[in-house]
Write a protein that binds this ligand. Structure first.
Ligand code: NAD
Ligand code: IPM
Ligand code: MN
Length: 353
C-alpha cells in the first residue's frame, strides 16, 4: 500500500482548527480507497513556537521538511509577533526555499456558495489564478536608511528575473493550452516602467510559442474592476506575486468568501515538496471559537490529491464540498450557517463517495 508522508504545519489562529478537518477528510479517503494512505507528521512551528524559542521553525526545519511528499499548512500570524517576521521566517521561507514558484489559486463559484455580485451566473466565475510565488515584489530586497532621522528613506526592490518571469508565464500558457482556455496576463506596465514593462514583453514573446492560446493583457487596476463587473472575462490568469495576492482575496470575496479560497504552492519539477494551504490567514478575530470554515483548507487538500496523481479523489472532495454547500445544513456562520468547524469537516467526510 502506498503511504504518503505529509508534513503538517497547522500554525497559528484558526490554522489548527481548519487543518484538523482537512486531515480528517484525507484520512477518510485513505480508508475508502484502500490502495493508499496518509501519514501525518505534525510540526509545532509558528508564532507560539517563536515566542518560546525565538525562531519560527527549527534551524534544520527545511531539511526535515524536504523528505515529505507534501506539506499541509494552516496559517501563520499572531497579534504580538510582527507579521513580517512570522511570515518571512516560515511561510515565505518554505515557498522560496523549496522553489514553489507557482501559486495556483482557483477562483470558482461552487454550487451553493454565496456570491455578492448582482447579475452574475455561477459559470461566470471560474478562473485559475497562476501567481508568481518566488520573487517579484516579495523578493525581500531593499534597504532602510537613516532610521529615525528626518531624511529617513526605505527601498523595497522588486526582483523580476528572466528565468522567474518566463517560467511562471509558460506554466500558465501550458494550463491554458491543455484546458483550451484563454490566458490573461495582469500587470502594470504604465506605471512600473522596469518590472512590468519587462513582464509584458516576456508575455508577448512567449505568446508566439502558443498561437493556439487566446491571450489578453490587462492592467491590474482595471482587472480588479473587471473581477467584480465582468468576471467571465477571466479563465486562466497569470500575474505577479503581489498582484496575485491582492487579486485572490478579491477572488475569494466574489466566490464564497475567505472560508472557501484554496491555494497550492507548487514546485513543478518536484525537486522539493509542494505546499498546500488555504488563501486565508490566521483570522485572529474568530480564532479559538470553533467557527472558522474548514472548506478552504479542505479544497487545498483536494489540490494536494490532484498533485499526488489522485485527480478522481480531488474531484470527489470538491463534489463533497459542493454537496455540503448546496444542502446548507452544516455550514459555518461566514457561509450563513450555525455549525462548528468540526461539524462541517464531518459533513464533507460523510459526503464522500
Ligand atoms: P485573514 O485571512 O486571517 O482574515 C480576513 C477576514 O476573513 C477575517 O475577518 C477572518 O475572520 C475571515 N476569515 C478568514 N478565514 C476564514 C475562515 N476559514 N472562515 C471564516 N472566516 C474567515 O487575514 P488578516 O486578518 O489580514 O490576517 C490575519 C493574520 O494572518 C496576519 O497575521 C497575517 O499576516 C496572517 N496571514 C497569513 C496567511 C498565511 O499563513 N498563508 C495568509 C494571510 C494572512
Ligand atoms: C497569502 C498571504 C501571504 C502572501 C502573506 C501572509 C505573506 O497573504 O498567502 O495570500 O501575501 O502571500
Ligand atoms: Mn494573501
Amino acid at each position: 500500500m502506498k503511504k504518503y508522508k505529509i508534513a503538517v504545519i497547522a500554525g497559528d489562529g484558526i490554522g489548527p482548527e481548519v487543518i484538523a478537518e482537512g486531515t480528517k477528510v484525507l484520512k477518510k479517503i485513505g480508508e475508502l480507497d484502500g490502495s493508499f494512505t496518509f501519514e501525518f507528521d505534525h510540526f509545532p512551528w509558528g508564532c507560539a513556537y517563536y515566542l518560546k524559542n525565538g525562531r519560527m521553525m527549527d534551524d534544520d526545519g527545511m531539511e526535515k521538511l524536504r523528505k515529505y511528499d507534501a506539506i499541509y499548512l494552516g496559517a501563520v500570524g499572531t497579534p504580538g509577533v510582527p507579521d513580517h517576521v512570522s511570515v518571512r521566517d516560515l511561510l515565505l521561507k518554505i515557498r522560496r526555499g523549496f522553489d514553489q514558484y507557482v501559486n495556483l489559486r482557483p477562483v470558482r463559484l461552487l454550487e451553493g456558495a454565496s456570491c455578492p455580485l448582482k447579475n452574475v451566473k455561477r459559470e461566470d466565475i471560474n478562473m485559475i489564478v497562476v501567481r508568481e510565488n518566488s520573487e517579484g515584489e516579495y523578493a525581500g530586497a531593499g534597504e532602510w536608511f537613516f532610521e529615525g532621522k528626518p531624511e529617513e528613506l526605505v527601498l523595497q526592490t522588486g526582483v523580476f528575473s528572466r528565468k522567474g518571469t518566463e517560467r511562471i508565464i509558460r506554466y500558465a500558457f501550458e494550463i491554458a493550452r491543455k484546458e483550451k482556455k484563454t490566458l490573461t496576463s495582469i500587470s502594470k506596465g504604465n506605471a512600473l516602467n522596469y518590472s512590468m514593462v519587462f513582464w509584458d514583453q516576456i508575455f508577448k514573446e512567449l505568446s508566439k510559442d502558443y498561437p493556439d492560446v487566446k491571450t489578453s493583457s490587462v492592467l491590474v487596476d482595471a482587472a480588479a474592476m473587471f473581477f467584480v463587473r465582468q468576471p467571465h472575462k477571466f479563465q486562466v490568469v497569470v500575474t505577479s506575486n503581489l498582484f496575485g495576492d491582492i487579486l485572490t482575496d478579491l477572488g475569494a470575496a466574489i466566490a464564497g468568501g475567505m472560508g472557501l479560497a484554496a491555494g497550492a504552492n507548487i514546485n513543478p519539477e518536484r525537486t522539493f515538496p509542494s505546499m498546500f494551504e488555504p488563501v486565508h490567514g490566521s483570522a485572529p478575530d474568530i480564532a479559538g471559537k470553533g467557527i472558522a470554515s474548514p472548506l478552504a483548507a479542505i479544497w487545498s487538500a483536494s489540490q494536494m490529491l490532484d498533485f499526488l496523481g489522485h485527480e478522481a479523489w480531488g474531484k470527489k472532495v470538491l463534489d463533497a464540498v459542493q454537496k455540503t454547500l448546496v444542502e446548507a445544513k452544516t455550514l459555518t456562520p461566514d457561509a450563513g450557517g450555525k455549525a462548528e468547524t468540526s461539524e462541517v469537516g464531518d459533513a464533507v467526510a460523510n459526503a464522500l463517495k
